[in-house]
Design a protein around this ligand. Structure first.
Ligand code: ATP
Ligand code: MG
Length: 569
């Protein structure tokens, strides 16, 4: 029997195991939770998702799918001051775009506010929590350090009845922000600072994007998170390493409450060179107008890379292949680009586009005539077929493809030299036309009609093939070429007194406003991704207007060609 073909989606493709998967294999073997698997992706709606979140999404959804389970999308919306509906909407949109479907309905920690409150009351009643009248600064002073134990709050042993009364009055809105908290009563001498009577609730007279003004006390993330997992019956609560020290606290809460205990497993955060994956810093880039928005194509947000033209398949493949580990590291940005190229190489149709045009007149070609040449759409995919490309007397080629005084290793066009026009004819440069300032403005060339399709009947060879666009038929376009947003491999590596903004790359965006595209490139839909032959992969930007497309460079082709170029100089 042939094995089932489960390779149609990348997340179903067989791949090496990892320690989280191993745990789940073992849980399945011993029939833990009767084989039920439910994971969750729990973003806080305080910014747009980035590539780090993609790793977490692929892991959570990928594993639950493999084990026949499901994944919840849950918003950890416990911080009303920083959270917004816009972020909720973008996150939902991004997860769908990545290709994953959560178990309905979308969950919100705010849906559990009443339950969390009732449990807090229960903890007070059992002497495990107390209302503390210290302010934030005093709580900090009492906490101690890694080497010194903390001090008990003077309110720690106040009567249960008093705490119950005060907590109810906190909820009723009797006290101003920050004047009281509800704290767990655990162990002020614990070596784990998270266990030193952590705050469970604070007073915050802030409107919440979902609950409005129903609440003026809000649970801390550390109190809400584990119980939210428990309420939903999450079997494997997969999160990043910084939560390892919080696990004992999450376990403590569910134990005290006697409720379902999910198992938390931590993995390494994704870090990439030349990239920052922190919502706080990305927000700053947006707010201070260093980028055009959360979806600026230079941003590592999912909205940004989508607009840049990175396919979701490439992101899934990247995430599947980088695996997970127990220590944080930093990956080369080039590795991500590799997966983008690999994917686009298979799927993107090839076209010709001239980004920095130089006019070429074919002197021996008849005036006013057009012929349509056959061009292959994708040499990697025969089913993509062919298209017709117009050829006429006046063409554009790249300025870089001509040198009046060529160095030794330069094989492209120069005076007297013959080259092949892609899908077209051999041409020879006969003369150079310059303006008064001495700039080259036009080349006069001749073509050999017998070389149509790119070969000479007499067998003579040329050393270069260059791309071109017919001037009469060209679509004018703007092309935006990006490089990394940060100039330093580690953008957080800053000189004293400076911050990450000092590492911004001032040349991360180059706008080429006078590009010439072959006609077919004038009618593609926004987000469509193509290859401009010899230049790289590009996609249609949402800023395109009818008759005036805007393209983003997604990623350059592998630059072997530029290396040869360098050697020649
Ligand atoms: P940031 O530091 O960017 O604000 P966060 O961890 O605060 O990120 P959340 O919205 O709380 O963002 O994250 C949702 C989930 O995504 C969490 O489970 C978190 O562990 C995971 N996650 C966040 N950043 C990364 C990353 N760089 N690599 C892998 N997973 C991540
Ligand atoms: Mg967080």
């Amino acid at each position: 029997m042939t094995p089932p073909n489960n390779a149609e989606t990348p997340e179903a493709a067989p791949r090496p195991s990892n320690f989280i998967r191993d745990i789940m294999v073992e849980d399945a073997r011993i029939g833990k939770h009767s084989g039920r698997v439910l994971t969750r992706f729990p973003p806080e709606p305080n910014g747009y998702l980035h590539l780090g979140h993609a790793k977490s999404i692929c892991l959570n959804f990928g594993l639950s799918k493999e084990f026949g389970g499901a994944t919840n999308l849950r918003f950890d919306d416990t911080n009303p001051e920083k959270e917004e509906q816009e972020y909720v909407d973008s996150i939902i949109d991004n997860v769908k775009w990545l290709g994953f479907q959560w178990q309905e309905p979308v969950c919100f920690a705010s849906d559990y506010f009443q339950q969390l409150y009732d449990w807090a009351v229960q903890l007070i009643q059992s002497g495990k929590a107390f209302v503390c009248d210290l302010n934030a600064e005093q709580v900090r002073q009492h906490r101690g350090t890694l080497t010194e134990p903390g001090k008990h709050s003077p309110f720690r042993d106040r009567p249960i009845e008093e705490s119950l009364d005060l907590f109810a009055r906190m909820k009723a809105g009797e006290f101003p922000d920050g004047t009281r908290t509800l704290r767990a009563k655990i162990d002020m001498a614990s070596p784990n600072l998270n266990m030193r009577d952590p705050v469970m609730y604070r007073i915050l007279n802030a409107e919440h994007h979902r609950t409005g003004n129903a609440w003026c006390i809000y649970p801390m993330y550390d109190y809400a998170h584990g119980q939210s997992d428990s309420i939903e019956g999450i079997t494997h609560s997969i999160c990043t390493l910084e939560f390892e020290d919080h696990r004992p606290l999450y376990d403590w809460f569910v134990q005290q409450l006697g409720i379902f205990a999910p198992r938390q497993i931590e993995f390494d955060r994704l870090n990439l060179t030349y990239t920052l994956l922190s919502k706080r810093k990305l927000l700053q880039l947006v707010q201070d107008n260093h980028v055009s928005g959360w979806d600026d194509p230079r941003m590592p947000t999912l909205s940004g890379i989508r607009r840049r033209g990175y396919p979701p398949e490439a992101i899934r493949n990247f995430c599947a292949n980088i695996g997970v580990s127990k220590t944080n590291g930093i990956l080369e940005l080039g590795l991500l680009e590799h997966y983008v190229r690999e994917d686009l190489n298979k799927r993107a149709s090839r076209y010709m586009a001239v980004l920095k045009p130089l006019r070429v007149v074919i002197d021996n070609y008849p005036e006013g005539e057009t012929e349509w040449l056959d061009a292959v759409n994708n040499p990697e995919d025969e089913s993509a077929g062919t298209r017709k490309v117009p050829f006429s007397k006046v063409l554009y080629i790249e300025q870089d493809d001509f040198k009046e005084d060529p160095p030794k290793q330069f094989f492209r066009l120069s005076p007297g030299r013959e080259v092949r026009l892609r899908w077209g004819f051999y041409i020879v440069c006969q003369s150079v036309v310059k303006d008064e300032a001495g700039n080259i403005v036009e080349l006069r060339c001749t073509y050999d009609p017998l070389t149509r399709g790119g070969g000479a009947p007499d067998g003579r060879k040329v050393k270069a093939t260059i791309h071109w666009v017919s001037a009469e038929h060209a679509v004018n376009a703007e092309v935006r070429v990006y490089s990394t947003l940060f100039a330093k491999e580690n953008p957080n590596d800053v000189e004293e007194g400076k911050d990450f903004l000092s590492n911004i790359n001032p040349d991360s965006l180059e706008v080429l406003a006078d590009c010439k595209l072959e006609p077919a490139l004038g009618t593609l839909a926004v987000e469509e991704c193509v290859q401009f032959e010899r230049l790289g992969y590009f996609c249609v930007d949402k800023d395109s207007a009818p008759g005036k497309p805007v393209y983003n460079r997604t990623v350059a082709l592998r630059d072997a060609w530029a290396k040869i170029e360098k050697r020649g100089k």
